[in-house]
Design a protein around this ligand. Structure first.
Ligand code: AP5
Length: 216
């Protein structure tokens, strides 16, 4: 089974690469960020509980995340594999993955410096329904302000405003960055493999490095 985690700071390009990997391998992308935003948009109980947390750049609790993931991977489209985009993002979640026997064979870490992240976030435009992201300069849609596949309008995410991006970066360094060492250790023990990729390259260049790893 093809089972992957995409790790990396906010804005490193995880969502962009997740869409390309998903199309390449025919496996679903599982993005907890997309799932939570969709809950907020539909004003469900979960959405109402997490809306303020998302807008502040803090993390939703590990219990909510593991419940979402367990439900999602039991759906039929995950039978031949799946790609986690932005989850796990705390050591607590990584340990819950192990306790729940959630299979992961390969971990792809995309790295990018904080200054470049801030630049990318300010130009990001987002299609909420699909999770597709664009950049006004680096990765523009075919028609300005519109999603390539649906033609629907793109938005700027509330958590992409500069003060919230700073908070998200603080949270990343404190709570998510330690996962790189956690998975490097697992890889050295032989239970999975790990690769780190320089995110400061074009979308195609990053994908080309990832693609050669997918089939190893
Ligand atoms: P989430 O949606 O997961 O956000 P994130 O991890 O912060 O990642 P982003 O979606 O912001 O960035 P990305 O790496 O996908 O970059 P993208 O491809 O768009 O989470 C949002 C919130 O939900 C969290 O803050 C938290 O509150 C909550 N949450 C989610 N999961 C959780 C969990 N597991 N536990 C607890 N809470 C959770 O690219 C960025 C921009 O750069 C785009 O404009 C893109 O077009 C452009 N770009 C991409 N690649 C390149 C390139 N190579 N060169 C130039 N530009 C590029």
């Amino acid at each position: 089974m093809n089972t992957f985690i995409l790790l990396g700071p906010p804005g490193a390009g995880k969502g962009t690469q997740a869409d390309l990997i998903s199309a390449e391998l025919g496996i679903p992308k599982i993005s907890t960020g997309d799932m939570l935003r969709s809950a907020v948009a539909s004003k469900s109980d979960l959405g109402n509980r997490v809306e303020d947390i998302l807008n502040s750049g803090k993390l939703v609790s590990d219990d909510i995340i593991i419940e979402l993931i367990n439900d999602r991977i039991n759906q039929s489209d995950c039978k031949s594999g799946y790609l986690f985009d932005g989850v796990p993002r705390t050591l607590g979640q990584a340990n819950l993955f192990l306790q729940n026997d959630i299979e992961v064979k390969k971990v792809i870490d995309i790295s990018l410096d904080d200054e470049l992240i801030i630049k990318r976030m300010s130009g990001r435009r987002f299609h909420i329904a699909s999770g597709r992201s664009y950049h006004i300069e680096f990765n523009p849609p075919k028609a300005e302000g519109l999603d390539d596949d649906t033609g629907e309008p793109l938005i700027q995410r509330e958590d992409d405003f500069p003060e919230t991006v700073k908070k998200r970066l603080e949270v990343y360094h404190a709570q998510t960055k330690p996962l790189t060492d956690f998975y490097k250790l697992k890889a050295s023990e032989g239970s999975m493999s790990f690769i780190s990729i320089n995110g400061n390259q074009s979308v195609d260049e990053v994908f080309s490095e990832i693609k050669s790893y997918l089939y190893k």
